[in-house]
Ligand binder design. Structure first.
Ligand code: G
Ligand code: G
Ligand code: MN
Length: 562
């Protein structure tokens, strides 16, 4: 087996030695003797030494320590090193002129000593080399460095060696790659454990071949996850193919699915090794559910997206408290007469962020649905909308019905209907003027339960609109059972008008379905004359869209009320 110190240092790579001595002349002499074979750093007193050790212990190979120093004496430094779990394997050679101190320091864990005045250079070099080799072998013997099944470095050693590898190959750019097997427990379960072991062994030996060939190091993270630190430029599609081929003889039906996530380090990467691998891992998870993509490179834009999401999540409550969220109103019109008549408005949330400016809801609605925060935000919007209806009635002497969006997540709240009722009562708004838009995709999951909630909404007087109709997959069957007041035709249908005859026919079909179900249709996203004309011709009585108006602030909207 190859020893670790032969594996992770490059041929011209040098181990790092810290020389601690208060006398400059001593430091320079030693450095002169050792600098051809080692990389040297120096410290002039015990405190400085301890600090350097603290920061560099993972990459230090040896400390040469003078015993007689002012302030913190060498023995004190030695004691601290040997008492620290992380540092105690770091070999220390003491510098001394005093025989009794020699014995004491050896007892305290020093590996060897060099006497002052200095011996011949070759004697010093020999002691240094032997000490380092011994220490490295000891570390290897005391810790199981390799994973038994695959012979690859285990996780802990992998990261340590990767760190050293980086230090000694500062000019080569590296990739951190995580190779993962999908549903490996199923492989074990279906095909047996020894089969699973064989799969892992084969991947292990293949990765070993690759790093032997190209440089870099390979390790095993957890059961079915492998780590490779490779010089940049490897073709990972090929790597993936090679792994799959390797598995082909034992797995002809290729039930084993291998995924590769990669983080490409920057030329002088500053990010800690472990974090680079975290990123490779997250790149890999991106394609966890894909059946076509098996290799994924970490994308900085993605990272920024994640950071932005996190920020929005963290700041949401403050934004509600500080009223950064603003509700806009987009008018809906009745187009059955000669002139379009304003009939209601849809409440749409906007986030006026103090630093980021207007944040569009597509940046946060889905995000807040993922973690349930949407419920809080929606309650805020509903309250705003209800109070707005009341204010407008006061101001204009008439009621403008407002529709609000009910997220799929809101539907899981057993108090939903009673909350909505309480809200309308509080503002003296009739439920029939508080329209509830529920997106079609909400209906397709757990339809039964949702149908009963929608029933209860209507029994309590609310009007229910199915939003984005045509974007989901509601079956005709379900639609027939569905208590509904309005179908909101998904924008994509409207935008397809004029693109082809077939598209137009689709819209026609949807209109026929609506007629059959005896529900009103509101077409969303009407942007031009042609769309309007066709919708009218097909019997669509209500529209919403930029052709009439964008979502407006309260002030802007009020100009439309006459
Ligand atoms: O205008 P707009 O970009 O606002 O809306 C984008 C999407 O976000 C729309 O499909 C709309 O359903 C959704 N949305 C807008 N406001 C709200 C809201 O208050 N609650 C919920 N749940 N969704 C909203
Ligand atoms: O929740 P819902 O999907 O109903 O939200 C309507 C969305 O459609 C809002 O994001 C609104 O800003 C947007 N919208 C409204 N009218 C138009 C339009 O004419 N064209 C386009 N592209 N979007 C529109
Ligand atoms: Mn809507």
């Amino acid at each position: 087996m190859i020893k670790s110190h032969e594996r992770f240092y490059s041929k011209n790579g040098k181990r790092l030695i810290l020389i601690v001595d208060d006398q400059q002349i001593s430091r320079e002499l030693l450095e002169l003797v050792l600098k051809d074979n080692y990389q040297i750093v120096t410290a002039a007193d015990g405190d400085e030494a301890l600090e350097m050790i603290e920061h560099n212990h993972t990459v230090l190979s040896l400390v040469i320590l003078d015993l007689i120093m002012p302030k913190v004496p060498g023995l004190e430094v030695l004691k601290k090193i040997k008492a620290d779990e992380r540092l105690k394997h770091l070999p220390v050679i003491v510098l001394t002129a005093d025989k009794s101190a020699e014995v004491e320091s050896l007892n305290m864990g020093a590996s060897d000593f060099i006497t002052k005045p200095f011996e011949a250079p070759e004697v010093i070099r020999a002691r240094v080399q032997r000490t380092i080799e011994l220490a490295e072998d000891t570390v290897i013997i005391e810790n199981t460095e390799r994973d038994e099944l695959t012979g690859l470095l285990n996780k802990e050693f992998f990261f340590r060696f990767a760190e050293q590898y980086r230090l000694y190959h500062q000019n080569s750019r590296m990739d951190a790659a995580v190779i993962d097997i999908n549903n490996f427990h199923l492989v074990n379960e279906i095909k047996g454990r020894s089969y699973g072991d064989e799969v892992l062994r084969r991947i292990g030996s293949l990765l070993m071949d690759i790093v032997t060939d190209r440089g870099g190091i390979a390790g095993r993270d957890t059961s079915d996850t492998f780590l490779v630190y490779l010089p940049h430029g490897a073709d990972y599609d090929v790597l993936h193919k090679v792994i799959m081929n390797e598995l082909a003889p034992i797995d002809p039906e290729t039930t084993v699915r291998v995924r590769v996530g990669i983080y490409e380090e920057a030329p002088k990467e500053e990010l800690e090794i472990v974090r680079c691998f975290d990123r490779a891992k997250s790149a890999g998870s991106e394609i966890r559910r894909s059946y076509t993509k098996f290799v994924s490179v970490y994308d900085n834009a993605l990272q920024e997206q994640e950071l932005l999401s996190q920020r929005l999540i963290n700041e949401m409550q403050t934004a509600i408290d500080e009223r950064q969220f603003v509700v806009y109103y987009q008018p809906k019109y009745d187009i059955t007469g000669d002139e379009p008549v304003l009939i209601s408005a849809e409440a749409l949330i906007r986030w006026n962020h103090p630093e980021m400016g207007m944040v569009r809801p597509d940046k946060f609605i889905k995000l807040f649905e993922e973690n349930g925060l949407i419920q809080k935000l929606d309650r805020f919007v509903w309250e705003e909308a209800a109070s707005q209806i009341a204010k407008w009635r006061e101001k204009f002497g008439k009621t403008i019905p407002v529709s609000v969006n009910i997220s799929r997540i809101d539907m899981y709240n057993p108090e939903l209907v009673s909350n909505l009722l309480g809200l309308t009562q509080r503002y003296g708004v009739a439920p029939k003027d508080f329209l509830l838009e529920i997106t079609e995709s909400a209906y397709t999951k757990e339809a039964e339960q949702l149908i009963s909630i929608v029933r209860s909404m209507r029994e309590n007087g609310f009007s229910v609109e199915m939003d984005d109709f045509g974007s989901g997959y509601s079956s005709l069957n379900m639609l027939a059972d569905m208590p509904l007041d309005v179908l909101k035709l998904d924008m994509r249908f409207v935008h397809s008008i004029g693109v082809s005859q077939k598209n137009l026919r689709m819209v026609e079909l949807v209109m026929e379905i609506a007629k059959y179900l005896d529900v009103m249709v509101v077409a969303e996203g009407v942007e031009n004359e042609e769309q309007l004309r066709e919708l009218k011709r097909l019997g669509c009585g209500r529209v919403q869209g930029y052709y009439f108006s964008k979502p407006l602030t309260v002030e802007e909207f009020e100009k439309l009320i006459v």
